[in-house]
Each structure stands twice: as C-alpha cells, then as structure tokens.
Design a protein around this ligand. Structure first.
Ligand code: G3P
Ligand code: CA
Length: 355
C-alpha cells in the first residue's frame, strides 16, 4: 500500500512537472527566451575569475544561452561589470589604493578600475583552479562584454543584465538603454533580459525599455518577501548564513503572491527566486522554488529563473519543481545535465582560448 502511494505521488510530481514545463516553454517562446535557459552567473565563474574575459569567453564557448552580469557605473560615467559594492574581495584594491579599499565602485574612474588586478584573488582562493594567465585580468566594461557576446561565428549568447544597488546610480536604467540601443541590442527579441531586486529600478527599466523582457529577483528578507520567522539574519544572532536562510519561508502564500503581483505590475515577465543548495555554503539561500510556487508563477503568466545552482542533484530538483531556467557558476555542468554539451571539457576550452 505504502509503495503504491509513493509511486502515485511520484507520478503526480512528474506529471505536474511536465505540465509546468509545457506552460513555461510557451511563455518563454513568446519572449524569444531559451527553455530551459542556461544563465552563466558572472560568466563561467567556477572555472575562471568572475566577471572577467575568460569567464565570459568560456561561458560563451560552452554554449550558455545568457552571460549574466552585474551593472555598476564609474565616477566618470562608464557602465562596468562588478558584483560587490566594494572591490576588496575580487581585486588588489587594498594594495593599489589602500585608503580607498572600502570605497564603492562609483568612487573610482574607469582608468583607476582598469589598473586593478581582478584575477589573482581567484588563484589564491581556488589553487586547484588557478592559472598563471588569470593574473592581472582587468575589470570589464559593459561594452566589452557585448563584444564577447557578439564575437563568435558559432555561439550567440544573450546578456542577462542586473542593475546592482541601483539606488547608488541614479539614471543607470537610461544609461543602459542608451548603450544597448547604440549597440543595436534593443532590436534582438529575447537576446537581452534585464533583472533587478529593486522594484523602483524594475519600473525605470520598463519605462526605458518596455519591449525588453524583465525579471524581478526574489529572496526572503528586508526589501523582499517577508519571512515567516519575522527575523533577519543579524537579529537571529546565528553565525551560519546558509543554515539560517535554509529555514526561511515566506510569511504565507499571500505574501508570495503579493510579490508575483509586484513583478507583473512592474512589467516583469519572470521572477528570479533564490534556492537552497543541497550542500548549503555560499550562494545558498531560502528555497523559493517549491512546486506550488512555480505553479502559481506560471498561472500568473510568469517564467521562473532560479539562482544559483551548481550541482546536478540541485539541477534535477529544480527542474522537477518546474523552473524554466537556472543561473549557474558551472555552465559546463548544466550543459552536460541538459545533454547539450559538446566533447570538450572546461580546461580544454580555456586552453584553446589561450588561458
Ligand atoms: O542575478 C541573480 C543572482 O545573480 C542574484 O544574486 O548576488 O549573485 O547577483 P547575485
Ligand atoms: Ca546578479
């Protein structure tokens, strides 16, 4: 009896997963978005320093549908690709500009940012993946990532652009629209996707680029979905962030639905929810991809692109739960999971690219 119930439940999950996949596929097709989408998070950032040329070249060559990037602006007004608000984790800013090591990206000119080494930190943090050719890699501008996306006879990745801390960069949405227009990227349906955690930035992106697909990123905590626990990580007094977030849930179903409404009202065609990783660790957050959540999103006409998963067991769980695309640091692993990989491994591709 027990086995029969388990089998029936398994079948129900599979059937609901299949129904959701077909919902998601048609929503994605209408936007010109690949399904399921492979979104290279900060490039192929497991194998090369995040947001640098080799990370984006590798993601492109492995066949990623989108190169994901975090957009900020220099003191002299140039759009650049950096994740953190400060430069100390991913560059030698502490040696080059000791008094400004904790200054925001916006306090530096492009020339100053270009003088930093954005690669050597990776060799120190991950000696098993280190390469001499990663030393002295520069920070990239948006235009340079566009060049990478355009410059291949075989591959045609899109760009998946996040306005990072947009409150620090008034007008960045218009600046982005101007650059994309100048580069001819506003006439390519589905080739650019815009993403943000910030509802005001979503509105401004929609005003500036109504025709471009947009994603409201979701997590549980201040400025996003209210937690059932009513507590922030700091208030919890806990040390382990991933363990804390693994226990966080939306306050209730209505609170989750409220954020789907915000997404739609702001012009989004998808949400980008966080997920709990099976091994927890850095980049493991609250699980917002339970099957009912994805089902509700599809019913509301929204796609679901989950961030950020790297392990096959997590890819399988997310797909079974009904997501439509995955942000990953390991483009190669996700391409292999989908059966879309060609014969070359990441190391071979990096060597072929000259790294
Ligand atoms: O953009 C989706 C995902 O990248 C959000 O997390 O902090 O890596 O930008 P983060
Ligand atoms: Ca991002």
């Amino acid at each position: 009896m027990h086995t029969q119930i388990v089998r029936a439940l398994g079948l129900a999950t599979l059937l609901s997963g299949a129904a959701q996949a077909s919902d998601g596929r048609s929503l994605a097709a209408a936007q010109g978005i690949a399904h399921p989408a492979v979104i290279a998070h900060r490039g192929a950032s497991f194998d090369a320093p995040e947001s640098t040329r080799p990370a984006y070249l590798l993601a492109r060559e492995l066949g990623a549908d989108y190169l994901e990037l975090d957009l900020q602006r220099t003191r002299d007004g140039v759009l650049v690709v950096v994740h953190d608000d400060v430069l100390s984790r991913t560059s030698d800013v502490a040696e080059r500009f000791p008094t400004r090591r904790d200054s925001p990206v916006s306090a530096f000119t492009l020339a100053e940012l270009k003088s930093l080494d954005a690669g050597s930190w990776f060799n120190q943090a991950y000696p098993d993946r280190a390469r001499a050719s990663f030393k002295q890699l520069p920070i990239l501008t948006l235009d340079e990532v566009i060049d990478i996306a355009e410059d291949s006879p075989q591959q045609r990745p899109g760009l998946y652009i996040e306005t990072k801390m947009p409150g620090q960069f008034p007008g960045i949405e218009r600046d982005l629209a101007e650059r994309l227009k100048a580069r001819g990227w506003l006439d390519k349906p589905g080739r650019v996707v815009l993403q943000t955690f910030d509802r005001n930035s979503l509105r401004l992106l929609h005003e500036a680029m109504p025709q471009v697909p947009k994603v409201l990123l979701l997590w549980v905590g201040k400025g996003s979905i209210e937690p059932a626990s009513g507590q922030s990580f700091v208030e919890s007094g806990e040390r382990d962030k991933a363990a804390f977030y693994a226990r966080q849930r939306p306050r209730d179903r209505a609170e989750f639905e409220r954020w789907l409404e915000f997404a739609k009202a702001g012009g989004a065609i998808a949400t980008g929810p966080s997920a709990r990783r099976s091994q927890l660790g850095e980049q493991s957050y609250a699980d917002l991809i339970e099957p009912w959540m994805n089902q509700l999103s599809h019913q509301q006409g929204l796609l679901v692109h989950v961030y950020t998963l790297d392990e096959p067991v997590d890819f399988a769980k997310a797909m079974q739960a009904g997501v439509d695309g995955i942000f990953t640091n390991r483009t190669g692993a996700l391409m292999r999971f989908y059966g879309r990989a060609d014969a070359l491994e990441e190391g071979q591709v990096l060597r072929r690219l000259g790294y």
